[in-house]
Structure formats: C-alpha cells, structure tokens
Design a protein around this ligand. Structure first.
Ligand SMILES: *[C@@H]1O[C@H](CO)[C@@H](O)[C@H](O)[C@H]1NC(C)=O
Ligand SMILES: *[C@@H]1O[C@H](CO)[C@@H](O)[C@H](O)[C@H]1NC(C)=O
Ligand SMILES: *[C@@H]1O[C@H](CO)[C@@H](O)[C@H](O)[C@H]1NC(C)=O
Length: 387
C-alpha cells in the first residue's frame, strides 16, 4: 500500500509535467506538510527561516533554506502556478497583493481567509496560510515572498488531494466568502468543480463589490472530512459571516470534544480572553516555542493554530485529544462576523510538535503560566463548582 502510494506520488503525469502536489525542500512530492515561518528575532535571523514537517517526519526539521528561496518547499509547490499551463487555480486573501488597478485594501465584507487551490485533471493541493500579500498573482510570477511577511511568524498547511475533493473544497470556500484576487478554471475542468467555477466567476463578474454568495450549501458553517491523496483524514471547518461566534470555543472544541490552546494574532482590538464556559477550555497562548532555541511572544506571531492540551489516548483513534488545527481565524470580536475556518488533523507527531510550541497560556482567571498548569487550574475550579 505504502509502496503504491509512493509510486503514485512520484509518477510524472504522462511523463511530461510533474504532478501538482505539495513538495518538500528536496523537491519530492509529499502528501502533506506543515511549515512554520519563524518571526524575526535575535536567535532566528531576519524573519525568513522556517521549520518543516511532512507526512512521515518525526517532528519539526529546519527548513533547508529561506522561505523566499526559489527552490524551497513553498516555491516548488507553487511553481506550476507561474508556468504556462492549463491548471485550475484560485488565489484568495483578505489582504491580497497590491496591483495597480486595485487600490482597495482590506475588503470588509469578505472572509478573513487566505489560501491557494491548484490542481490538474487528476490531483492538486489546498494550501491554507496566514500571510498577507501572498502569493503573487499568476501574471506577477515567478514565486516570491513579500518582505511584509518577514517580521511575524506565519503558518502554512499544504495537503495534496485527488481531483474529486476539489468540489467539496469549493463548497467550503463558498461558505468562507473569500476575496479571490486571481483565478482560472479551464473549461475542461469546470464540470468537475462547479463550486470553484462559481467562485471564480463571481470574482471576475463584479468589480470588487462584495459577493452575496449563491452556494447550494445554505448553512452559516459546515465541517467535513477531507481525505488526502495518500489517505490521511483531515477535517475542514468553514464558517461564514452569519456564524457570529468564536470559531474555536463555540464549534471546533465541542465538535472535536477537546479543550484547545489557541495561537492567533493578538495585536488587534477586541481580543477574546480565554474561555472556560460551556464545558470547554479554550485558552489563548502567550509564549510560543516551535523548536529548540526559538521562543517568542504570541504578539510576534501572525499564525492561527490550535492544539489539544493532551495527547490522544493510547491507540489514537477517535475524538477527544491529540488534535492540531491550522487556519485563518483569530480570536477577536470582529472575526466572529467574518468568514474563515481551520483544517484539523489528529496525528501523534503533528500534535507533539504543536503542543510543545504552546509554552505559556492565559488561564481563564487571566494568569499567565505553563499551558498545562493553566488548563489544570480550571479543572480544579470546575470540580468545586460542579462544572
Ligand atoms: C530573500 O530575502 C532576502 C532579504 O530580503 C534577500 O537578501 C534575498 O536575496 C532573497 N532571496 C531571494 C531568492 O529572493
Ligand atoms: C472593472 O474595473 C476595471 C478598471 O476600473 C475596468 O477596466 C473593467 O472593465 C471593470 N470590469 C467590469 C466587469 O466591470
Ligand atoms: C455549525 O456550528 C454549530 C456550533 O456553533 C454546530 O452545532 C453545528 O453543528 C454546525 N453546523 C454544521 C452544519 O456543521
């Protein structure tokens, strides 16, 4: 099985183009990767270094180069976008790269969501990330990384999917109401992905007036399982503006049946404090340390991720613990009313890597301490209040 999967991942299509896939720093196709771009800092350079973890890794490894290198994982993964070809793609970002014809900055009515979808007749990837002004539109290629994205930490989750999942991904994006700043769905692929075609059409039709999305999915939010090309099961959570609640506390925690430690951008108004009501402890992270020697405050990190405080029970499967979610929504009042979401995985290696990165948290009493202690503080209180 594994041999077959490796064969499929590495097999060039028709012997010509390399498959559209997530790639690692060695140029090898991978089923999925997590990339943690470190903030600028005394011990971590000017803000272009990153940590990398792919399916089969034992944890974070140092990126082989810098995040703006033309040969690294991100450049290799996004490379086909900038070539002359007939790939389907959607680039969306609430803070899109500036173009001359587009003076508008952030579009208030659109989702707070950032990502790339790129695929061919058989497969492709969905890259979820947190970086403003990234990546360049197809016509502005080749790959580059914006200097504005250097100072703060940023997160990327790339997953390779077979073609048949892109219609579902398009449904999730329609709920998110993304700001699409560049897209193309070739006629040959349009019938496979009507949701993405509609998203792209809306974008081309209007001149930046906010789309009232006409999805056949009428709910304000939906979670759905998405299985990667090699068979890893992720869960995508997507919410629209109508959701009007905190993504993590009101929905992700109860659905995964897990408390959550959440890293998000704190340098904004209306930050939501840690919340231990309704049976779920959702704590804000204060100090981040994704690798030995890299420690910095959450205020230097623009990433949006969440991790269960505890490992999954022995045997792993099922809900409860051991989850990691990477997405685009912060814990603040304004983003309760914005589209966006997160993509979650229950994997022991990924869990360990992100759990170790959550060093200090705000307890629900507002005390900053070790995240484990901050969670337990409320457990003790919960016993006395019968909660
Ligand atoms: C990456 O960014 C650094 C700092 O701005 C610059 O010196 C370097 O030339 C860039 N590398 C590439 C490949 O653009
Ligand atoms: C959108 O705006 C651009 C520049 O202002 C204009 O050239 C173009 O015709 C407009 N497109 C539509 C569909 O109205
Ligand atoms: C939407 O979110 C609520 C929690 O706010 C949850 O109970 C409900 O199941 C979600 N709906 C879908 C379709 O996932």
């Amino acid at each position: 099985m594994i041999a077959l999967v490796l064969l499929l991942l590495h097999q060039p299509l028709g012997g010509v183009a390399a498959p559209v896939s997530c790639y690692n720093d060695d140029g090898g196709a991978v089923d999925w990767f997590y990339l943690y771009k470190l903030p600028r800092g005394r011990s971590h350079g000017e803000g272009l270094k990153y940590l990398f973890m792919e399916r089969g890794s034992e944890g974070w490894t140092e990126g082989k180069g810098l995040v703006n290198d033309s040969t690294g994982a991100l450049a290799k993964t996004l490379g086909p976008l900038y070539e002359d070809n007939e790939l389907a793609y959607i680039l969306y970002n609430d803070q899109p790269p500036k173009t001359q014809t587009d003076a508008k900055d952030e579009e208030v009515g659109s989702g707070h969501t950032k990502g790339v979808v790129l695929f061919d007749q058989t497969q492709g990837f969905w890259l979820v990330h947190s970086t403003p002004l990234f990546p360049p539109a197809k016509s502005k290629g080749p790959y580059s990384y914006p200097s504005s994205g250097m100072i703060n930490g940023q997160n990327f989750l790339c997953v390779t999917y077979p073609l048949e999942h892109f219609q579902t991904i398009g449904d999730q994006l329609q709920i998110n109401q993304p700001r699409v700043y560049d897209c193309h769905i070739p006629a040959s692929l349009a019938s496979s992905v009507p949701s993405l075609q509609e998203l792209c059409r809306q974008n081309q039709r209007e001149n930046a007036s906010v789309s009232t999305h006409h999805s056949h999915i009428s709910s304000a939010n939906r979670s759905i399982a998405l299985t990667s090309l090699a068979g890893t099961q992720f869960i995508s959570f997507a919410k629209g503006a109508d959701f009007q609640n905190d993504l993590y506390h009101s929905w992700v925690a109860p659905t995964l049946q897990s408390d959550l430690l959440v890293q998000f951008w704190r340098r904004t108004r209306g930050v939501l404090p840690s919340d231990c009501t309704l049976g779920w402890k959702v704590l804000d992270i204060q100090l981040v340390s994704p690798g030995q020697g890299y420690t910095y405050r959450a205020t230097q990190d623009h990433s949006k991720w969440a991790v269960s405080p505890n490992a999954a029970a022995w045997g792993g499967a099922g809900s409860g613990s051991g989850w990691v979610c990477v997405g685009d929504i912060n814990r603040d009042r304004a983003e309760e009313r914005r589209g966006g979401g997160t993509v979650c995985l229950q994997d022991p290696v990924v869990w360990k890597a992100y759990r170790a990165a959550a060093l200090r948290c705000y307890s629900c009493k507002g005390v900053v301490s070790d995240c484990g202690t901050a969670v337990r503080e409320m457990e003790l209180q919960g016993q006395t209040t019968g909660h």
